[in-house]
Each structure stands twice: as C-alpha cells, then as structure tokens.
Design a protein around this ligand. Structure first.
Ligand SMILES: Nc1ncnc2c1ncn2[C@@H]1O[C@H](COP(=O)(O)OP(=O)(O)O)[C@@H](O)[C@H]1O
Ligand SMILES: O=P(O)(O)OC[C@H](O)CO
Length: 489
C-alpha cells in the first residue's frame, strides 16, 4: 500500500521536499538554498533553471538511503513563492530571461502607465489586487519589451513557479496553474475565476502564453518517470505558499488568521465564500478551490521580513546564522532608540509605496550590533501590527489571536514582541512546516489518502502579551513616525 505524500515547497530562500506519512507526520526533509541576484537597485531575479534543478536535487535526496521508495509515494503537492514570473520557449524548454522575483521593482515604470487612469479602477475591481509591480502582469510585459532576440511570441509560455515546475516535471506535457497562483497575476478575474480578456488587453499579453487554470486540490498530471526513478507519480495539488500555510494552519473558517514570517511577511484571514474588495490596501485573493468550491482570503503582504535578517547576515555580516539573532536581541533590554524600516523594495501593504527605500533611524555612538539586530526583529512585528490594524478596520471586528509560521517564527523573541505589540496571543504550532503540510494535505485529499476530518489542530506554544498598553502605544508611535519619515525622504 502506498504510504507517503511528498510536498515540494519552492520558496524564495530555498527549495524543500518533505515526505509526509498517512498521519501527516514528517518522515524526511531535503532542502537546497536558492541564489538571488540584484542586478540593479530594487531588482530581484533568480535563475529559473536553478529553481528546476534544485527541485530535482531535493527529490533525489529523499530517495538516498533507500528508506523511502518512489513507488511508496501516492501523490506530490507543489507549493511555491507566488507572482515570480518565468517566460520560456516551449520549443527548447529554456527560459528567455531570469525569473523576475515577486519582490522586484524593475517594472515600476510599466505600472506607472496605468496609475490614475480609468484602467486602474478596472484592474482593482476585477483582480481584488492593487496596481503594483509585485504581481506578474507587469513582469511579463517587461520581458516582452526588454529581452532582446525573443523567439516568436507563439513559442512563448508564461508561468509562475508552480506552472514552470509542473511543465518541467511533465516534460512539457502539462501547462497549468491553480486558482490561488492565478489570483496573483493581475490578469485573473476573482469573480469569474478565469483569466480576463480585458485585463490581457490592458497589459497587452497574448492569451496563448497563459496556462490553463485548475482546482487547488486535483490530479493534474504525472511526473515523467525519468525525473522520479522510473515511476510516474501523480501530481495532486498546486497551491501558492501563503494559501498553503492557511490550509496547513487549519484556518478553514471565516475569521481564522495566520501570519507567516518567511522571506516576506504575509498575514491572511479566511473570508469565506465571497471576496472582499479592500478599502485599505489589503489584497483579495483565492484561498483555495476544492471540488469546484471556492474559498477567499484577505491578505496583507510585507515585502521584507526574514530577508532583513538575511541581509544583516550576508550584507552586513553581523552574524553567521539567523538562529543567533534571538540571543543577540535578548542580550539588551531595548533597541536604544534604533528603528529600522526595511523598505529595500519599497513598502507593501498597507502603504504600497514602491519608491521609498529602507532606513535606520536613531543611531548614536552607543548603538551596537545588538540594537540593530533587535530593531530588525522588532520591525518584522511592527509591520504585522500595521496590517492587523487595517484588517480589523476592514472587517469591522477585532482579531483575538493569530497563528504564526515561517522560518523566522522559530525566533521566540520575535513572537513574544509580536504578542506584546499586538496585545493579543500569538500561537505557534509545534509543527514548523505548515506551508508544506498545507500542500501535502491538498495532495492527500485528491489522492484519497486524507479527508477534511483528518485535519485537526496540532500542539501549540502560546505567547501572551506582557507589556503595558501605554508602553506599547509609545513604541508604536515611534514606528509610525519612522515610517512617515522614510516615505517622505
Ligand atoms: N531564528 C530565526 N530568526 C529570525 N529569522 C530567521 C530565523 N530563521 C530563519 N529566519 C529567516 O527566515 C527566512 C526563511 O524563512 P522560510 O519560511 O524558509 O522562507 P521562504 O519560504 O521565503 O523561502 C530567511 O529570510 C531567514 O533570514
Ligand atoms: O517565499 P516566501 O515564503 O516568502 O513567499 C513568497 C510569497 O508567496 C510572495 O507573495
């Protein structure tokens, strides 16, 4: 009997493959870091071939040691960094340009063409998103306009990372995306749940480049046996990583909230069967579609969260491993007046300021590494508070607790400070791979290995608020002042 589900979690920082058993326990993990390149200020790119090869490599690692056999795997679920755009030549299978990463601002001038025009309103109403370089549409247009010697347009295919991986895994046989990833392209109508001809016309993108849209949990094809040790395993789910985390956190009911601290920060609330078009810069997005039944979410997206820690590690070389930041931050009582605004690629929700740059305020001769590290972690929590405030405003109801996950949620200092500054409980699952779990659950559903009744809450650690309301207000006022100064610089 087949025993396992594999989740491939292709994130901005790394690619992981994780084996789950019938009880949703992790049996094995393989991981490979992905390189980012920054060709110009504000640009972020990755090599789409490296992403594909890293996927093959982590899959192969799972079968080292012979404890797991390919034939024991019932289904593969794919979850991925969203919006990141690949355009390739279907006759060669080669990308025509680097993958333009979701964080990249290189398409800002394309977005400017539509600002304050009637088209902006159409785009927002149909997509539930905001007009911003974050989403795929302007990235596709940029490639069509800027890459020299492009093959004929009828040979070009577009995909987000899910689509690219499935196309490669099926050796070019299947060109699809799911509704969650499609809802991040700025070309997808969240009401009709289809790519929209008017949006395609606005961005001047040929429909022939686009993938077919499928449910989030569905068998969409089989991996070519040459990539899976002679076994043609079904691919049973595709899901954007933030929606996967929402599912993995069992946020199945309207009002359930999760916050992920990965490369970026992503706060999502389940809004049920109807999309909400936000007045406050939140994004309306598809949470999942299972057996044709759709569920929506409202999302606040922060462009720089854990990647600030990565910059302190790799750019400033303040420490060797992100895990050291907890001890460094707790070795001082405060940031000593230091405040970091991590607007490396502008600011996302709720500010949507694509032009502002990052800043460090409050430096004195008394400032040292410890204050900088602590201020970096605190900035991740302040950014989430900005989102909780507008989310409560939008829904006209109080959020009573949040579930958290992502690489940086291992940091106890961050989560305690988050609880302090939000003045509500912050709940971390003992199970750290909630994104992969979400994808595995969705693949296990379509394979018939799991049912919704199997998706119970898992054991948790609860961080409770400890600061006085007055001290929280003072700190948050300082944060707001720093954001304002940063945006007016
Ligand atoms: N203990 C930690 N404290 C703070 N940040 C951390 C810690 N561990 C990892 N990170 C940060 O988390 C990010 C990786 O999270 P992950 O969820 O794996 O990312 P992604 O899914 O975006 O690839 C990195 O940017 C890293 O700097
Ligand atoms: O790579 P992550 O986990 O930070 O997620 C990236 C998001 O999907 C971008 O929208």
């Amino acid at each position: 009997m087949k025993k396992y589900i594999i989740a491939i979690d292709q994130g901005t920082t790394s690619t992981r493959a994780i084996v789950f058993d019938r009880n949703q326990n992790i049996v094995k993990i393989a991981q490979k870091e992905i390189k980012n390149s920054f060709p110009e200020p504000g640009w972020v790119e990755q090599d789409a071939n490296e992403i594909w090869l890293s996927t093959l490599s982590v899959l192969a690692q799972l079968f080292q040691g012979h404890d797991i056999k390919p034939q024991d795997v019932m289904s593969i679920g794919i979850t991925n960094q969203r919006e990141t755009t690949v355009v390739w030549d279907k006759t060669t299978g080669l990308p025509v340009y680097n993958a333009i990463v979701w964080q990249s601002r290189q398409t800002a001038s394309i977005i400017d063409r539509y600002r304050n025009t009637p088209k902006e309103k159409v785009i927002k109403a149909k997509t539930g998103l905001v007009l911003d370089p974050y989403f795929s549409a302007s990235k596709i247009r940029w490639i069509l306009e800027n890459v020299e010697n492009l093959p004929p347009v009828e040979n070009l295919l577009f995909g987000t990372i899910d689509t690219w991986l499935v196309w490669k895994m099926t050796n070019g046989a299947v060109h699809v995306t799911d509704v969650t990833n499609a809802s991040r392209t700025l070309l997808f109508n969240i009401h009709t749940l289809e790519f929209d001809n008017e949006l395609l016309q606005i961005f001047d993108i040929p429909k022939s480049m686009l993938p077919n849209i499928v449910d989030t949990s569905d068998v969409i094809g089989n991996i070519d046996p040459m990539f899976f040790f002679n076994y043609s395993c079904p691919i049973g789910a595709i899901v954007g990583d933030q929606q996967a985390a929402l599912f993995g956190q069992s946020c199945f009911d309207r009002g359930d909230v999760k916050n992920t601290y990965g490369t970026g920060g992503f706060l999502l609330i389940n809004t049920g069967e109807e999309p909400i078009i936000s007045k406050y810069g939140l994004l309306s997005t598809v949470a999942w579609r299972i057996n044709g039944k759709v569920n929506y979410a409202l999302e606040g997206s922060i462009f720089v969260s854990g990647s600030l820690i990565q910059w302190l590690r790799d750019g400033l070389k303040l420490f060797q491993d992100a895990s050291q930041t907890e001890e460094i931050a707790t070795s001082v009582d405060s940031c000593n007046g230091v405040m970091i605004i991590p607007a490396f690629t502008g600011l996302g929700a709720p500010y949507w300021n694509e032009k502002c740059k990052g800043a460090i305020f409050g430096l004195t001769r008394g400032t040292d590494i410890r204050h900088i590290v602590r201020a970096a972690l605190e900035s991740m929590a302040y950014q989430s508070k900005d989102l909780i405030i507008v989310m409560e405003e939008e829904l006209q109801e109080k959020i009573h607790e949040i579930k958290v996950d992502g690489g940086a949620s291992k940091n106890n200092f961050l989560l305690q400070f988050q609880s302090d500054i939000l003045e509500i409980p912050v709940i971390r699952s003992q199970f750290s791979e909630t994104t992969a779990l979400g994808a595995a659950r969705l693949a296990g559903l379509s394979a018939g290995m799991y049912t919704m009744d199997d998706f119970k809450e898992v054991e948790i650690t609860r961080f409770m608020p400890k600061r006085t309301h007055e001290s929280v207000e003072m700190l948050y006022d300082d944060w707001k002042r720093a954001v304002k100064s940063c945006m007016s610089y």
